[in-house]
Design a protein around this ligand. Structure first.
Ligand code: PMP
Length: 357
């Protein structure tokens, strides 16, 4: 895409493409880390009923504060005060709000690559100066390097994904604490894949009360099987939430979104029922990939990064030609596959064997 010269767009945006993985109509979709299991008929009926119930009030604006939904999310997270919970249209929107309120011109945000490729885009959109540090050679979080960069840059925002996308590594609580103690501004722990962690890996929620400038974001898009509903949420000190309320657009969460998200939360046990199975499939997939002689990064999420390939695009294309869409993302030579149903994962394995033959 090239914007014609007459389009008076910001010059710093002119050269960019809209972000996003290819949305292709193929049988096996293992590219955007969705939960492969949709809602049961009973849950889908309840979701539809929740929309029917509010349909006759759609002439009215929704609750600007999304208070009932935040109350339900607080209960799910075990957070006592819903004033310390905030929600938006996906954690993408949350992050953008965070950088609108805490980043911006003259301010700096840092993260550590390889990590979620949307972060620099939030920074660009909000005119926040973006600085990337590096993870270690094996992609693990390098605490010394992080502390060095934080000391040098004094960032207004530190963004850390845990489990990290695309590598799958979770941060230890020691690392979270050390970053919170060193960082002068906001520390955002993006826990989009939190539910897929191993039991031994703690959530940063455990130390939230100790660090008033710590924000923990979550999403209903992954384990919750609700990517189409577009709901991300966070827990933080209520005063941090108040700062986000200044930049949010009025009525940013539609009445439909709020109603459907609350209905989905009523069925949380069903949505999360497959998480154990997905975790087991993830570990099996990692083991299988290793047995093929490939390098694999240990993952706490619902995807696995594997490689390395001289021409990863050819491998990606070969899989696509066999009806399996994965993601060409992350460091050069690596590919990321989301964990699907056993049938989808088997289709991926069969296709990969053929491609690598
Ligand atoms: N954070 C991370 C680390 C992600 O991988 C994703 C989705 N790929 C998101 C945030 C955004 O998810 P959503 O906007 O659907 O909540």
């Amino acid at each position: 895409m090239t914007l014609p010269d007459w389009v008076p767009v910001r010059e710093d945006l002119r050269a960019f493409e809209p972000y996003g993985a290819p949305q292709l109509d193929v049988p096996v979709l293992l590219n955007v880390n969705e939960n492969p299991y949709g809602p049961s008929k009973a849950t889908a009926d309840d979701l539809a009923e929740s929309v029917r119930e509010i349909a006759s009030d759609l002439n009215r604006y929704p609750d600007r504060e999304a208070w009932a939904l935040r109350t339900d999310l607080a209960a799910y997270l075990g957070v006592a005060d819903p004033a310390g919970v905030w929600a938006a249209n996906g954690s993408n929107e949350l992050m953008q709000q965070i950088l609108q309120a805490f980043g911006g011109p003259g301010r700096t945000a840092v993260s550590f690559t390889p990590t979620y490729s949307m972060y620099p885009e939030y920074a660009r959109n909000t005119h926040t100066r973006w600085v990337t540090g590096r993870r270690a050679e094996d992609f693990t979080f390098d605490l010394d390097e992080a502390l060095r960069l934080i000391a040098a840059e004094q960032p207004d925002v530190v963004l850390l994904a845990s489990p990290n996308n695309p590598t799958g590594e979770s941060l230890t609580l020691e690392s979270v604490r050390a970053v919170c103690e060193a960082a002068p501004g906001l520390v955002v722990l993006d826990e989009a894949y939190a539910e897929f962690r191993r039991a031994s890996t703690p959530s940063a929620l455990e130390v939230l009360a100790e660090y008033p400038r710590l924000v923990v974001t979550r999403t209903m898009s992954k384990a919750f099987a609700f990517a189409g509903g577009r709901v991300g949420y966070l827990a933080a000190d209520p005063a941090i939430v108040d700062a986000l309320r200044i930049v949010r657009l009025p009525y940013h969460l539609s009445a439909v979104t709020q109603a459907v998200a609350r209905a989905a939360l009523r069925h949380v046990e069903e949505s999360l029922a497959r998480v154990d199975e997905l975790r087991a499939t993830r570990d099996e997939t990692a083991g299988w990939l290793r047995a093929q002689g490939l390098d694999v990064v240990d993952s706490d999420a619902n995807f696995v990064l594997f490689g390395t390939f001289d021409d990863r695009h050819a491998v990606w294309q070969g899989l696509l030609d066999r009806g399996v869409l994965i993601r060409e993302t992350g460091p050069q030579g690596w590919l990321r596959v989301s964990i699907g149903t056993p049938e989808e994962t088997a289709a991926f394995r069969d296709a990969l064997v053929e491609v690598l033959a």
